[in-house]
Design a protein around this ligand. Structure first.
Ligand code: ADP
Ligand code: MG
Length: 233
């Protein structure tokens, strides 16, 4: 019965997501259609082109986030060092953090063991969390990434910001698709994070206080049995 319940929950989520995608994609399409009609009547201006381009970009962005989810579920878990992985990610978001006056500090405990993971997926999680942290601090500020042992078989990676924070009642619902408080947000980033961390048998723990900041803990087992996990899901 457990797995049946899970299945119906999954189906409900798929339906909810399909409705959400349709809605999210229809908005920019409707807007693009309107501007194309304007162009036909010859009253166009440069700014209309800009809107059309940014709406196309938005559709592309939404589909891009979904592609991450739609990728084949057979993933390759390998032993990876955390330090270079985290430093890669920081380099990747460097431009965005500089543009937003955010500074990222990395603290990694010495002699962390390697971790069994899908490198690109774990990077994706960190990128999404760092982007959220940067976006949470409109006037810039400090972001701290801290990796340390949690227990003999678990590593914690904390991502901490001093941003706007998240309302208490919202925290349990984070990870649901399409919840966003941003004008250009998709509300898909955290859902992707939850999904990836779940496939790593880990946990994503969110602590936040409005006006103070947010700390997200990625709790990961150092190793697990990937073979059994594939069978049971
Ligand atoms: P998006 O970033 O596109 O809005 P996400 O799924 O990444 O979508 O995040 C969903 C929402 O969760 C954000 O719009 C924001 O309201 C909230 N959120 C996520 N991370 C943070 C953070 N570090 N600080 C404040 N709010 C956050
Ligand atoms: Mg995001």
């Amino acid at each position: 019965t457990d797995s049946l319940l899970l299945k119906s929950e999954k189906l409900a989520l798929v339906g909810q997501m399909a409705a959400g995608i349709a809605h999210e994609i229809r908005n920019p399409l409707t807007s693009i259609k309107g501007f194309i009609q304007l162009f036909r009547s010859n009253t166009y201006q440069k700014e209309y082109y800009d809107i059309v381009l940014s709406e196309l970009e938005r559709i592309n962005h939404i589909l891009g986030e979904f592609l991450v989810l739609a990728k084949p579920s057979i993933t390759v878990f390998e032993e990876n060092e955390l330090e270079p992985l985290i430093k890669d990610v920081v380099t990747l978001v460097n431009t965005q953090s500089i543009m937003n006056s955010a500074q990222i500090i990395v603290e990694i405990s010495p002699e962390l063991p390697t971790i069994l993971c899908e490198k690109n997926q774990l990077k994706q999680v960190l990128i999404n969390l760092l982007k959220n942290a940067i976006e949470a601090m409109p006037n810039g500020g400090l972001i701290k990434i801290n990796a340390q042992m949690k227990s003999p078989n678990q590593i914690s990676i904390f991502v901490n910001d001093h941003g706007v924070g998240i309302p208490k009642e919202r925290i349990p619902t984070l990870g649901e698709p399409f919840y966003t408080t941003k004008e250009k947000g998709t509300g898909l980033g955290l859902m992707t994070c939850f999904k990836i961390i779940e496939s790593h048998h880990g946990e994503l723990i969110i602590e936040s206080e409005e006006g103070i900041g947010t700390t997200i803990e990625i709790l990961l087992p150092i190793s697990f049995q990937p073979f059994f996990s594939t069978l049971s899901s």
